[in-house]
Write a new protein. Structure first.
Length: 144
């Protein structure tokens, strides 16, 4: 169960990051602009860095590499996602789809808020189970 949840969360980050990395960063920057949260210079920086973070953290979680740190990094990412989407919903910004998965998948912000919140709770739970989260991981192999 722990391994399955860990791999699903890692896969979500992998797909999200991979889709955005393959597209020009401006596509994701336009999504960020719709949330009206960052100043212009920060939108560009976030659009260039976050997809790579998602990709790397997702890969590390799926492989089980530096799992304690990887899960905590995912926790920070998902906390950020929840805050960003929630503030957009509270402000009634005209956003039809979250932009979380680039152009690959279109999900309304309210649905992604529920998904991200559930994922956030799952990450808290996984982090509190360090012995179980390491099953079928590279950490388990390298720590022998």
């Amino acid at each position: 169960m722990f391994v399955f949840l860990r791999i699903i969360i890692g896969a979500v980050l992998l797909v999200s990051g991979f889709e955005k990395v393959l597209s020009p960063y401006q596509n994701f920057m336009y999504v960020l602009q719709a949330y009206e949260l960052f100043p212009g210079w920060a939108e560009r920086l976030v659009a260039m860095i976050v997809p790579w973070l998602e990709l790397i953290v997702g890969l590390f979680i799926v492989l089980g590499l530096w799992l304690n740190y990887s899960l905590r990094a995912a926790l920070v990412l998902f906390m950020s996602f929840v805050i960003i989407v929630a503030q957009a919903l509270l402000r009634s910004l005209p956003i039809d789809q979250c932009g979380c998965f680039g152009e690959a998948v279109h999900i309304p912000p309210a649905y992604i808020l529920v998904f991200d919140s559930f994922t956030l709770l799952t990450l808290f739970w996984l982090i509190r189970q360090p012995a179980k989260e390491n099953a079928f991981s590279l950490d388990q192999i390298f720590n022998k």
